[in-house]
Design a protein around this ligand. Structure first.
Ligand code: PMP
Length: 286
């Protein structure tokens, strides 16, 4: 059984309970982060901690825990659960007031709910999917307008995953006004020659922590990076496609809406970036 963290306490997973009035449960009034663990260490912890602070600020939520404490809790959970490869999931909600109300509760009397738990994923770095590549379908992006805040409103991304599954694919790329925004839980990229193309940052997409690192490594490896809009048609005609996220690192996409991308096999740019990302991230992991 896992040991999890709830509001300052380390508990067996079946003893950690949250109120039915919690605003995370009633209103999706919460934010989250997922940090991966490789060789027992946290990958890109600083990036996740900074984005969490930003998400809390954007929603006028108090910061219930400092960055240093958060690092300690992450490390303690990794230690207690003996995680070598996997993830740490963190969620902070606006807490549980006495009753349901659209008005935000007073943070003085309603403290935030802070939950963290580990997910054990042996073989995360050596994933067979990275060798095979994944198939995606395109779906209309019906999420809300502040996708840059990492909120727990994951119903539409979850529906998108199910649509992909029903179509025999692994994930969906969302499209708005004719242009790809991102994957259901990852950022989307295409490759043309030596150029990597990915949508520019705005409120329309989540600012991926893995994205920052991968674009930096790409530039260091003398690849060109273009941050701009692209369509599904352009993606289908590209040499390669891939996604990034904290739990998939760099993962090749080999098919979009039934059409093979490039050779239909994982491409060399995605493969190289995955290798560089894993190597550099493990070196810098805390
Ligand atoms: N976009 C969305 C919608 C996501 O949910 C995620 C991962 N949670 C990402 C992009 C990738 O972000 P990161 O690299 O920080 O995991």
């Amino acid at each position: 059984m896992r040991t999890v963290y709830l509001n300052g306490e380390y508990l067996p997973e079946n003893e950690a309970k949250v109120s039915i009035f919690d605003r995370g449960f009633l209103m999706a009034d919460g934010v989250y982060e997922v940090t991966s663990v490789l060789e027992g260490k946290l990958v890109d912890f600083e990036g996740h901690a900074v984005r969490l602070e930003r998400s809390l600020n954007e929603l006028n939520m108090p910061h219930p825990i400092t960055k240093e404490e958060l690092l300690d809790v992450h490390r303690e959970l990794v230690r207690l659960n003996d995680i070598d490869e996997g993830m740490v999931y963190l969620q902070i909600t606006r807490g549980a007031p006495d009753d349901r109300d659209f008005v935000f509760p007073d943070p003085e009397t309603t403290p935030c709910t802070v939950v963290l738990f580990t997910q054990n994923k042996p073989g995360l770095a050596n994933s067979p999917a990275a060798k095979k590549g994944m198939k995606v379908i395109s779906i209309d992006d019906q999420r809300w307008g502040r996708r840059d805040i990492k909120t727990v409103q994951l119903l539409y991304p979850s529906m998108g995953k199910m649509m992909a599954k029903a179509a025999g694919a692994d994930d969906a790329w969302m499209v708005e006004d004719g242009h790809v925004t991102e994957g259901t839980s990852n950022n989307a990229y295409i490759v043309k020659g030596n150029t990597i193309i990915t949508r520019q940052l705005s409120n329309d997409i989540l600012h991926g922590i893995t994205r920052v690192a991968v674009l930096r490594f790409a530039k260091e490896a003398q690849m060109q990076v273009e941050e701009r809009l692209f369509t599904i048609e352009e993606a289908q005609d590209a040499d390669e496609a891939f996604i990034t996220s904290a739990s998939t690192f760099v993962m090749p996409v080999v098919e979009i809406d039934g059409k093979a991308v490039g050779t239909g096999e994982p491409g060399s740019v995605a493969g190289r970036l995955r290798e560089i990302y894993l190597e550099e991230s493990i070196k810098a992991a805390v």
